[in-house]
Design a protein around this ligand. Structure first.
Ligand code: 2AM
Ligand code: CA
Ligand code: CA
Ligand code: CA
Length: 267
């Protein structure tokens, strides 16, 4: 803890505080109020409670910073250069099914750039953090992206398009190409953790389309601080604007980008 910068200490503390509610509710999912925001887009009382805790903690510690939150939307701050981007519970479907693979994600944007991120899985007690210029850590141990140079030896994660979202055909074409070229494909259902796992070298790469800013914000800086790349599906840096993301190490970047591009051209 001692090596956390002041702002990172604030983010970690907010995540830990909100996590206590999620830990409690995880065992009692059948008692939770669940509602639907759209087709198969669930939100529970736990999401909202966690977001409220994070909002209160961060507001106290950094008055004036703005917010972009999955459940609460936009809250403008007086400080126009800083904005928190928050997903209080990434992987709600897992949470509802008692699958211990979900996380709190808190990112900090300064002048349009992601500068700090925290992704915390309260069940495994894994805290992934990254801050610009400070490196990336998992529970205080330095992490780096995997060093594999060949996609054929890699494990690649992805996300499937959700009900009512476009892109199913494109996705199936991409998946068909990728699964034919890699050692394994994984689809765990929590985008923030997918990025955290890339940063930790567990996944060699990851791609997904149609994400929201709060799914990616924290993960972008953690992967980069772990020595990896993050780009959108066109090889540019507009992940938050386009909702598309590819992440991995630099050696796999071209291989995966080319593979996905070729699949999309076909599909
Ligand atoms: P969530 O659990 O915070 O909603 C996995 O593909 C990602 O998509 C997750 O990070 C998940 O975040 C999000 N997600 C899950 N169901 C969704 C839906 N029906 N529409 C849009 N995004 C969804
Ligand atoms: Ca959601
Ligand atoms: Ca999410
Ligand atoms: Ca969420």
């Amino acid at each position: 803890m001692s090596r956390h910068t002041p702002v990172m200490a604030v983010m970690v503390a907010a995540a830990r505080k909100a996590a206590r509610g999620l830990q409690r509710d995880f065992g009692e999912v059948e008692n939770l109020q669940v509602s639907l925001k759209g087709p198969a887009n669930f939100v529970t009382a736990a999401d909202k409670k966690a977001e409220k805790t994070i909002f209160e903690e961060l507001s106290k510690a950094r008055p004036g910073y703005g917010f972009l939150m999955e459940e609460g939307g936009v809250v403008e701050g007086n400080d126009k250069s800083h904005r928190w981007i928050i997903d209080p519970l990434d992987g709600t479907t897992n949470f509802l099914h008692s699958i211990p693979h979900f996380a709190i994600s808190i990112g900090l944007e300064r002048d349009g750039q992601m500068v700090a991120g925290v992704i915390y899985n309260p069940i495994t007690d894994e805290m992934f953090i990254g801050e610009k210029g400070q490196g990336a850590f998992l529970n205080d141990r330095r992490i780096r992206v995997a060093a594999r140079r060949e996609l054929t030896q890699g494990v690649v994660a992805c996300g499937t398009p959700h009900i009512g979202r476009p892109g199913h055909e494109v996705y199936l074409t991409e998946l068909r190409s990728v699964m034919n070229e890699v050692a394994g494909v994984r689809r765990m259902g929590a985008a923030a953790l997918d990025l955290a796992y890339v940063a930790a070298g567990r996944y060699d790469a990851y791609w997904e389309a149609n994400l929201q800013p709060w799914d990616m914000a924290a993960g972008i800086v953690i992967v980069r601080e772990a020595g990896g790349f993050v780009s959108d599906l066109n090889g540019r840096e507009d992940m938050l604007g386009t909702g598309g993301v590819i992440a991995g190490n630099d050696m796999l970047r071209n291989q995966l980008e080319t593979l996905l591009k070729r699949a999309r051209a076909k599909g």
